[in-house]
Design a protein around this ligand. Structure first.
Ligand SMILES: [Zn+2]
Length: 322
């Protein structure tokens, strides 16, 4: 969260780039999140923590250091990528849609197991188990594997833009994106009315709890553009487990996944999805004024600024405006 201010100081000082000191031990490398996202134009590299520590000692001792780095990158736009979406059609309200999603793309230092291959498996498993059991939901359930999440939530944004005329009929959009730690509840995106509803839907899996819903609105992951359009949205709130230390790192590999907990999480995801797909009354979509109240009266505005999303919102390029 300090990156935006550090990048700003580097710009003012006309730095050529920034060599970040890894925040993690054992020379672990990871992909640093540039505060400006794709708009970043500084060269950013991450040094292993121990290597950076040595450089700091030498600099403090009065040595002049040089850094030579060969960075192989491709540039040039546009790039395209596809979402993968499957659905089970609703039996009596097929035009009303519940979305359960996770992102398919990942950074390639590691193999992207925790971020986010495991939750792609979760989404597929919910679909597979509903099919296997022959369940017929009243509303349509869409199983969405989003692409381009890591670059700026582009897959889910593309969906929201393409389906803009149908968003009144989108009843809920949930995202799972934090590894295989236990789901301890859901973030309800500034909507207190979602909390008791989710409580109710989790009752059949109460033995996998306890669960606590937290009414917190964050850009976080692919629920964001649904939330900003006033569609009820959820982000799974998971125990950190192995996620934090391996986040965007070369250590995000298969051995870090907890297969048993992932299966239990799929049951939790299934219960919530099923609840929204069958409940008599759907929660209303928020108006632009109501969305604005969440942005301006919670921590969401600051988080949007930290991820360079606020200007697109105020300019009317992204999100529902009053
Ligand atoms: Zn992710």
């Amino acid at each position: 969260m300090a990156a935006a201010a550090i990048e700003q100081r580097a710009r003012v000082a006309r730095a050529l780039g920034i060599a970040w000191m890894s925040s993690r031990p054992h020379d672990l490398l990871y992909r640093h999140n540039a505060a400006l996202g794709p708009k970043n134009d500084l060269v950013l590299v991450t040094l292993g923590r121990e290597d950076a520590g040595r450089a700091v000692r030498l600099l403090r001792g009065g040595k002049r250091l040089e850094l030579t780095a060969k960075i192989e990158l491709e540039s040039g736009l546009p790039r395209s990528a596809e979402n993968v979406i499957g659905e089970i059609r609703g039996s009596d309200r097929p035009d009303e849609v519940v979305i359960v999603g996770a992102h398919l793309d990942s950074w390639d230092l590691g193999t992207g197991t925790l971020d986010n291959g495991c939750n792609v498996a979760l989404v597929i498993d919910v679909a597979r188990q509903m099919k296997r059991l022959g369940l017929a939901p009243r509303r349509t359930i869409r199983f969405a594997l989003w692409n381009g999440e890591e670059q700026g939530l582009y897959g889910s944004l593309g969906y929201v833009k393409k389906h803009a005329a149908e968003l009144d009929k989108h009843v809920m959009a949930a995202s799972f994106d934090t590894g295989t730690g236990r789901i301890q509840g859901f973030l309800t995106g500034g909507r207190a009315d979602l909390m008791p509803v989710v409580d109710e839907f989790l009752r059949p899996v109460a033995g996998l709890g306890p669960f606590t819903q937290v009414n917190f609105a964050t850009p976080g992951t692919d629920h964001y553009d649904f939330m900003m359009e006033g569609v009820p949205s959820l982000m799974a709130d998971q125990e950190s487990a192995t996620y934090g230390p391996n986040y965007h790192a070369r250590s995000d590999t298969f051995d870090k996944a907890d297969a048993r907990q992932l299966k239990l999480n799929a049951a939790i995801a299934g219960a919530v999805t099923w609840g929204f797909a069958n409940r008599d009354k759907a929660l209303p979509r928020l108006s632009g004024t109501e969305v604005e109240a969440i942005v301006e009266k919670t921590d969401l505005k600051g988080l949007m600024q930290a991820f360079d999303l606020y200007d697109d919102y105020t300019a009317g390029r992204r999100g529902r405006r009053p």
